[in-house]
Design a protein around this ligand. Structure first.
Ligand code: 1GP
Length: 251
């Protein structure tokens, strides 16, 4: 198994560079929409494409990923809400453990059940400590997992959770306020967490403009993920990518 994608994420962090990932929900795209998105992502020099959703109900994940791989060279990383959202046509898989929750199924249970299938996929596996932060609206992941998110003002809980995830060997920490969150994660919480871990920090959920993406990066996020806002206005791809890539390099 290679670790090329992880090397790229970690290498950029080491070089002090910020990355931008566009999240594509297979339920919300068709062939034409994907083509339009890919033209814009290539032009805007988007670093990664994340594919997934908390609850994918359509049945065309393979086709979506195959089309992306055929039309562009940006790495495709799966961000699965359930183990069924795994396709060997992608490049890598965020192997998520919901470390902010206390539901054993999402910490380890579903992993055990899907392990042989995931291994056989040949995908690059990136073990990820997934932390859901309260974004002011009930998220699908919180409902399905029956796990409460970390309160948005409890920075120390987020910090300790991320530290524990890193010490357990997770190679990424992903802090998510949930898709379409009313309140994105505060810069104070991002800074607190970034200060106590060394692995790359991914931040997403409710980021709707280039200013917030920029401030999150300045606070310590290494990868910014945007889904919903781009679904509503694709021109944001260019603006947010430019903002993320304009953050001064700080080693
Ligand atoms: C959700 O972090 C992602 O899991 C992205 O959130 O759709 O709100 O951008 P948005």
């Amino acid at each position: 198994m290679t670790d090329l994608i992880y090397q790229s994420i970690a290498g950029k962090k080491k070089a002090g560079k910020k990355s931008f990932a566009v999240l594509i929900d297979p339920d919300k795209v068709d062939e034409q929409k994907i083509t339009e998105l890919l033209d814009l992502t290539a032009e805007a020099k988007v670093d990664y494409l994340l594919v997934g959703g908390s609850l994918v109900i359509s049945n065309h994940l393979d086709e979506v990923v195959k089309q992306i791989k055929k039309q562009c060279s940006i790495p495709v990383i799966l961000f699965p809400g359930t183990p069924s959202q795994v396709t060997r046509f992608a490049d890598a898989l965020l192997y998520l453990s919901l470390i902010s929750g206390r539901n054993p199924e999402l910490l380890i249970g579903q992993h055990v059940i899907s392990a042989p299938f995931v291994k056989q996929s040949g995908l690059e596996i990136i073990s990820t400590g997934y932390m859901v932060i309260d974004g002011g609206a009930p998220t699908t992941v919180s409902y399905i997992s029956n796990a409460s998110p970390i309160p948005s003002n409890k920075n120390e809980i987020a910090m300790c959770t991320a530290m524990a995830g890193e010490m357990l060997g997770m190679k990424l920490i992903y802090m998510d306020a949930g898709s379409g969150a009313e309140w994105p994660i505060t810069e104070a919480m991002i800074a607190g967490v970034a200060n106590v871990i060394e692995v790359p920090l991914v931040v997403g959920g409710g980021i709707t403009n280039p200013e917030k993406a920029y401030l999150n990066c300045k606070a310590g996020a290494d990868v910014i993920v945007v889904g919903n806002a781009i679904e509503k206005d694709v021109s944001l791809i260019k603006e947010i990518s430019a903002a993320v890539h304009s953050v001064p390099v700080r080693l």
